[in-house]
Design a protein around this ligand. Structure first.
Ligand code: MN
Ligand code: MN
Length: 281
């Protein structure tokens, strides 16, 4: 009898302890994982996988392609927490996290090419600290982008996404990248720039998952979750087009790129949200 009593007290103590640990978890800010919804190409940081080389930064995570000297994709979390009033740093520079022996695009390598140094993770998505904004200016986060897409519908879509998280009630996961070869800049069509070192992609795409603000984000993605996918040509002549003209679905981008997007989302929900085509209200 005495044994049973002590045992019961012990388990009550354990239960109370576990309960308080849970409460601590809820109060703690959750660490942000930019790959919360999945690693689209199972990229790893291994010099032997040069065309799918994972670069992890506090501000975003990307798969780098050495032979193209641009990213395959960049993935990042976006919420009000990342936004502030820090000035654009404009410190375009080579990324010293790439293996030393690889070609590394310098901040000046796009000069005279007719293409913009187009951010994949936008400068304006990282304005809470100088360090976070500056990190968007690594050349591994740039593509040779047609000025008309970069300053037209691509920029308008970036602004649209920021407008969705502006009041703090929603957060987003953004995955964006480039595929194919050959685009048009202000100096005409090119397949590469910088004496062949850097590939000019043919198409640029972006997938955005928007959630109510909260924790355990991947567990909250379901068949009703709002997903927006766009895919546009890296060409001139589209400056005044509406970004919504380029809406597609995730399945189409997966087919074109060979990536598996949103791979950590349960397959039943993944099927629904990857097939749905967003309709702009
Ligand atoms: Mn841009
Ligand atoms: Mn998928």
């Amino acid at each position: 009898m005495e044994y049973l009593k002590i045992n019961t007290q012990f388990y009550l103590f354990l239960f109370a302890f576990a309960l308080s640990a849970c409460e601590m978890d809820i109060d703690e800010p959750q660490p942000i994982d930019h790959l919360e919804l999945g690693n689209p190409s199972n990229a790893i940081t291994d010099i032997n996988t040069p065309d799918n080389y994972l670069l992890r930064k506090a501000q975003y995570i990307l798969s780098y392609n050495r032979d193209r000297a641009i990213a395959n994709w960049v993935s990042w979390h976006l919420s009000n927490v990342w936004r502030g009033d820090v000035d654009r740093q404009d410190d375009f520079r080579g990324d010293d996290e790439l293996p030393d022996i690889w070609f590394r695009a310098a901040g000046s390598d796009y000069r005279g090419s007719g293409f913009d140094r187009g951010h994949i993770c936008p400068s304006a998505d990282r304005t809470n600290t100088v360090a976070n904004n500056s990190a968007t200016f690594f050349m591994t986060n740039m593509i040779p982008q047609s000025p008309d897409s970069n300053r037209g519908p691509w920029a308008d879509f970036e602004n649209f996404i920021r407008s969705q998280i502006a009041d703090g009630t929603q957060e987003a996961y953004v995955i964006a990248g480039a595929y194919g070869r050959g685009g048009t800049g202000s100096e005409g069509r090119r397949t590469t720039i910088d004496n062949g070192n850097i590939t000019v992609p043919a198409r640029i795409w972006k997938v955005v998952v928007i959630l109510p603000n909260g924790n355990n984000d991947v567990d909250r993605v379901n068949a009703s979750t709002q997903v927006i996918a766009i895919d546009m040509p890296n060409t001139q002549g589209i400056r005044n087009r509406n970004w919504a003209d380029y809406i597609t679905n995730v399945d189409t981008i997966e087919d074109a790129t060979g990536l598996d997007l949103l791979s950590r989302v349960p397959i039943s929900a993944q099927r629904v949200i990857e097939e749905r085509v967003f309709i702009l209200q």
